[in-house]
Structures are given as structure tokens and as C-alpha cells.
Design a protein around this ligand. Structure first.
Ligand code: KE4
Length: 432
């Protein structure tokens, strides 16, 4: 038990009971604080940029339920829209105009998307997009990058990031070799490695899937020319380029990382923000490819709660709020202040650190850096990150409980919140 100055009595009680009921006491592994140590915090309620736990401690939140809370938690306009939608029922299992509205917003926003299908999670979106890639090209092999995470479907659990990296899992038992023999991997930012895979697997690779900005190995930005190179290579080899924008979609820019970097993939996966905090995922892209999805075509994919009216309502309202002029400039400015401030403080207190930010997404490694890929990320001082995480938590700052995650800000975070966070970081790093 790591000493803490905050009262965590109720969190301890609830979490202890949870461990008898659910594996690890959580509904998703990273929430168990395994890699940072200490008592996981049990939330009571959230609002704007803040969290309150069951012991009435308040925190400034930089996880934002892993990305969806970009407008701040429980935004009054989202809550009001949900109250209204609730009166009409929670699920239809039938077409609703709400799906048309959100689909149109996504299509108008994301350069690659001409048609879209809603599902219930990013994992589902990535599973479906892989099946579609294979059907469209008639090829079975896939290239993914070490440290990237595309949900927990078997085919992607190869050198995956996020919770797999956090727990240092060698991938996962229960995934048969047959499920991953067609999954090829390369280091992120390594175009030569991708070229070689295409040479060695000529006409067998359906496509390349990646997080255009990695958030699941910690924050790793694409090197100049990397995304352009992948676009050229996939064109050259008749393979598809897929941006997994579950995390970056509507966060890096209203049109996602593909708008920010000006690279248009063939297919895109989305999630998180487009559901405004309710369960959602989506995949979309070129009309000629998406037209293969059942029942328009023969590529099967289905879901009881897909396109449900509550997630659509929360997504529509969230995207409306994000359309307000100045949103992304504000996000970029406060997040740059945070990221630059953290690096400056690390330098002044004698810690090797690197990292950065793009729009409302940031990351920090305790390493000399730069971090170009997952191998680099794994060399960082994760023990020090754990102590940093705990120290910040004790000072009311809630960071992602893993070195292999990214941080997220929202339009609800104020300059004062950033100042308070940097002051806490000054305290903690001086004693690390
Ligand atoms: P979900 O199935 O968790 O909705 O989405 C999977 C997924 C797919 N692609 C990317 C780029 C993602 O970041 C994710 C999920 N992200 C993690 C956080 N790194 C979710 C948090 C968790 O697993 O508890």
C-alpha cells in the first residue's frame, strides 16, 4: 500500500468488494492502477473538468473517461438533450432519424468518410473494418504497429498497446495462433520496415491500420513523412490505408488527425467522442468499400444497440458543441501550456523527460527521448511515472494510471486548472 495523504477509506472498501465480484475489481484492466500502484480511486460523480470520488476528494481530470469528455463531463446541454431523448425510450432496434443526423455530421467532418456504420465500441469498429478490408481486397494479411491498440479482438492482440502494454502482457492467452498468423507488425514511424513487409508479402496484404497519433503506447506523434509514406506504399501495393481515429477523431481537429495532417485514408474507425460518453463506435470510408457492408453488400456485421438513440443524441450534441469557433485553438493552447510546463519543470528538477501534445492530447515520458516508437517508450522510467502519478493524485490531479496511455484535456479546463496542475507537478517532481 503506497502512503497517501488523501482519505481513500470508501474507495478501499468498495474496491475490495469489487475484487470479489469482477476480475481485478474493474470493468477494464487499466482502471486497476496495476502499473502505477496504490489504491484505485472509486468515482462518485464528474462535472466539467473535475471528478469527485466516494471519499469526497476532488480532482482535475486529464483522462476524461479516456477521451469522450472533450466538452467536459456532464455538459449541461448534453444532459438536457439526453433527458429529452429518454422520454422517447432508450433503444429502438430500428432506424431513427438520429442516426441520419449523426451520420451526416460525421460524413461532413471526416475527409475519408463517404458512408458510415455505427457500432457500440471502438473494438467492434476495428473488428468490422478488418473484415471489410479483407473482403474488398480479397487478401488476408494486415500490418499493424507495435504499441498501437485497436481494441481487444484476437487479430489485433499482437504487440498491442494500452492495457496490454500496461500489464506487460506477452499478448494474450486464448488467442489462437490461427487468429494472428495474418497480423504483421512493424515499429511505428519505420517506413523501411513497412516496405519490407510489402516486399515479403507481395499481393497478400489487405491493408495497414494505425493510430495516426499513437495514444496507446503513451503519446507518440508521427515523424514527418511517415503518414505520407504509408499512403504512397498502400497505393503502390493495392492495399488499403486505415486510420484508427477512435481516440484522435474529433479531438486532434474537427476532422480528426487526417484533417490535421492532410492525409486521407481509405477507411476510418471512430468511437469515444462521437458518443458523447455513451457506448459507441463507427467505421466509415469510401462509398465503393462501405457499400459491401450488409445488407447493402455481403460483408456481415450487426449489433443490437448499434445507433441507439441515446448515444446518437449525446454524440450529436457533443459534435455541435465542438463546432463552436475557437474550440480547437483553445484546446491546443491550454494543452501546449500544460505539456510545455511539465517538460520545463522536469528539466528544472533534474528529471530526464520528453513528450508533447497535439490539440487536446498530450503525453510525458521519463526518458531522455525522443520517443519515436514503442521500443523507445518501453525504455522510459515507468517506476518514476508511477510515483509521479501517485504524487499528483494526492494533490488532486487525476492522470491516466499508466505510462502507456495519453492524457486528454477538455474545453472545460481553465487556465487556472493548468496553473494548479503545474504547481502540483513542481511539488511532486521536486521530491521524486
Ligand atoms: P473501445 O472498444 O475501448 O471503445 O475502443 C478500443 C480502441 C480502439 N482504438 C483506439 C485507438 C483506442 O484508443 C481504443 C480504446 N482506448 C482505450 C484507452 N487507451 C480505452 C480504455 C480502456 O481500454 O479501458
Amino acid at each position: 500500500m503506497v502512503n497517501t495523504t488523501i482519505k481513500t477509506t470508501k474507495s478501499q472498501e468498495i474496491f475490495a468488494a469489487a475484487q470479489n465480484l469482477m476480475p481485478g475489481g474493474v470493468s477494464s484492466p487499466v482502471r486497476a492502477f496495476k502499473s502505477v500502484g496504490g489504491q484505485p480511486i472509486v468515482f462518485d460523480h464528474v462535472k466539467g473538468a473535475y471528478i469527485w470520488d466516494v471519499d469526497s476528494n476532488q480532482y482535475i481530470d486529464y483522462v476524461g473517461t479516456w477521451g469522450p469528455a472533450i466538452c467536459g463531463h456532464a455538459h449541461p446541454e448534453v444532459i438536457a438533450a439526453l433527458h429529452e431523448a429518454l422520454e422517447k425510450g432508450t433503444s429502438f432496434g430500428a432506424p431513427s432519424v438520429l442516426e441520419n443526423i449523426l451520420a451526416e455530421m460525421v460524413i461532413n467532418a471526416v475527409p475519408s468518410i463517404e458512408m458510415v456504420r455505427f457500432v457500440n465500441s471502438g473494438t467492434e469498429a476495428c473488428m468490422a473494418v478488418l473484415r471489410l478490408m479483407r473482403a474488398f481486397t480479397g487478401r488476408d494479411k494486415l500490418i499493424k504497429f507495435e504499441g498501437c491498440y485497436h481494441g481487444h479482438a484476437d487479430m489485433f492482440l499482437v504487440k498491442a498497446g494500452s492495457g496490454v502494454a500496461t500489464l506487460g502482457l506477452p499478448d494474450s492467452p486464448g488467442v489462437p495462433k490461427s487468429a494472428t498468423t495474418n497480423t504483421l507488425t512493424a515499429p511505428f514511424n519505420d517506413l523501411e520496415a513497412v516496405k519490407q513487409l510489402f516486399e515479403e508479402n507481395r499481393d497478400e496484404i489487405a491493408g495497414v491500420i494505425l493510430e495516426p497519433i499513437v495514444g496507446n503506447a503513451g503519446f507518440i506523434a508521427p515523424d514527418a513523412g511517415f503518414l505520407e509514406g504509408l499512403r504512397e506504399l498502400t497505393h503502390e501495393h493495392g492495399a488499403l490505408l486505415v486510420f484508427d481515429e477512435v481516440m484522435t477523431g474529433f479531438r486532434i481537429a474537427y476532422g480528426g488527425a487526417q484533417e490535421k495532417f492532410g492525409i486521407t485514408p481509405d477507411l476510418t474507425t471512430l468511437g469515444k467522442i462521437i458518443g458523447g460518453g455513451l457506448p459507441v463506435g463507427a467505421y466509415g470510408g469510401r462509398r465503393d468499400i462501405m457499400s459491401m457492408v450488409a445488407p447493402a453488400g455481403s460483408v456481415y456485421q450487426a449489433g443490437t444497440l448499434s445507433g441507439n438513440p441515446l448515444a446518437m443524441t449525446a454524440g450529436i450534441k457533443t459534435l455541435e458543441l465542438l463546432q463552436k469557433p475557437g474550440t480547437y485553438e483553445y484546446l491546443d493552447s491550454i494543452t501546449q501550456k500544460l505539456a510545455d510546463g511539465l517538460l520545463q519543470i522536469a528539466k528544472e528538477t533534474g528529471h530526464a523527460a520528453c513528450g508533447g501534445q497535439i490539440s487536446g492530447m498530450f503525453g510525458l515520458f521519463f526518458a531522455n527521448g525522443p520517443v519515436h516508437n514503442y521500443e523507445d517508450a518501453k525504455k522510459s522510467d515507468t517506476g518514476k511515472f508511477g510515483r509521479f502519478h501517485r504524487g499528483m493524485l494526492e494533490r488532486g490531479i487525476y492522470l491516466a494510471p499508466s505510462q502507456f496511455e495519453a492524457g486528454f484535456t477538455s474545453i472545460a479546463h481553465t487556465e487556472e486548472d493548468i496553473e494548479r496542475t503545474l504547481k502540483a507537478a513542481q511539488d511532486v517532481m521536486s521530491t521524486l
